[in-house]
Design a protein around this ligand. Structure first.
Ligand SMILES: Cc1cc2nc3c(=O)[nH]c(=O)nc-3n(C[C@H](O)[C@H](O)[C@H](O)COP(=O)(O)O)c2cc1C
Length: 329
């Protein structure tokens, strides 16, 4: 076992914070406790409308934990002991004791570790799938038992249209809309533009589109909805429907979302989750009917996957490392 020093912790957190979190709220905090790392929850970072049960927050903690495991691996270390508190328990979420990693110099590093910096959500359109993409998807479907890959173009478009209906269902709820716009940083002048939430660049919106999104999801929404225009103006099927695949991410029913979150990060590829498809019961049921999952599995999320239609700038809006580290307990 090794005692993690503050310097090392800062390096680890700099990488772990690149993990995805719902709406990029970054709810995980860390501290040191006798050389071990404690993961803690920041109760100020919640999504009461979109995530009333805290499922997605715990899943985000899981993704951070996986990010930490990857960062430890890159530093030649590994998780030696992991103690996880049950959902809802007071105190730290998890305690992680680290030890020197494998002594075998020929052992290959975790292949995901090299993708950490390059991974980012892509919410724009995709180029048509070519043979290389199709081969990569087939390989992925073969390796990853928790992804059910839908590649048939019509089926992909149908899922994208279902996502628009699911999205509209949630957008019609004012609390939901307010919460979403609260976490949107549509202008570069927003003080948290590079720190958290969803900025225009991350949402693949140009300046004018971003301005329009603020109006549509803000004061204009009720009027647009009465005129039957809310659906068409919020539709994303044109972009999402061009994906080479929709991957249904499924995990065992009853699994701790912290564990699900670790797998979620590992399954994450070029693309982006479309949570509303799993969250809206009607969409969830329709997907399961069209694409049956193995017994005992729940549909956690759906990833749209493909090669982005235009080069993307990988920018990660993240809280600074110091804001994520709490004083030792
Ligand atoms: C549980 C969970 C659900 C998410 N759901 C969505 C979603 O429905 N749509 C979306 O565009 N991004 C979704 N995301 C992605 C986050 O918004 C994204 O991770 C965050 O903005 C940080 O950006 P990055 O992943 O590009 O670094 C989700 C992430 C998590 C962890």
């Amino acid at each position: 076992m090794i005692a993690v020093e503050p310097d090392l912790l800062r390096r680890l957190v700099a990488e772990a914070r690149l993990a995805p979190s719902v709406h990029n709220i970054q709810p995980t905090r860390v501290s040191l406790d006798a050389g071990a790392i404690l993961l803690q929850d920041d109760p100020a970072r919640r999504l009461p409308a979109a995530d009333p049960t805290g499922h997605d927050v715990r899943l985000s903690h899981g993704a951070f934990l996986e990010g930490l495991a990857l960062a430890l691996g890159r530093a030649g270390l590994a998780i030696a002991e992991l103690t996880v508190a049950p959902t809802g328990a007071a105190g730290p979420i998890a305690r992680i004791a680290a030890a020197a990693g494998t002594q075998d110099p020929s052992a290959s590093p975790d292949p995901l570790a090299s993708h950490v910096a390059a991974r980012a959500s892509w919410r724009g359109g995709f180029t048509p799938a070519d043979d290389t993409t199709r081969a990569a998807l087939a390989r992925l479907a073969g390796n990853q038992s928790d992804l059910l890959m839908v590649t048939e173009p019509q089926a992909v478009r149908r899922i994208a249209m279902l996502a628009d209906r699911a999205g509209l269902f949630f957008l019609r709820d004012q609390a939901h809309r307010r919460e979403l716009t609260h976490w949107m940083r549509l202008s570069r002048a927003h003080p948290d533009h590079d720190r958290d939430g969803l900025n225009a660049e991350a949402m693949a919106l140009g300046r004018i589109e971003a301005f329009g999104a603020g109006l549509v999801l803000g004061p204009l929404f009720p009027l647009l909805d009465r005129l039957g225009l809310a659906g068409p103006v919020t539709a994303e099927a044109g972009k999402a429907g061009s994906a080479a695949a929709m991957a249904l991410f499924h995990r065992a029913e009853g699994e701790d979302p912290l564990v699900t979150g670790r797998a979620f990060y590992r399954a994450w590829l070029a693309g982006c989750p479309v949570s509303v498809l799993a969250d809206w019961p009607e969409a969830n049921a329709a997907l399961r009917a069209a694409h049956p999952l193995p017994a005992g599995r729940r549909l956690v999320n759906v990833f749209r996957i493909g090669v982005p239609a235009r080069p993307r700038r990988i920018g990660h809006a993240r809280l600074p490392v110091e804001a994520l580290i709490r004083p030792a307990s």
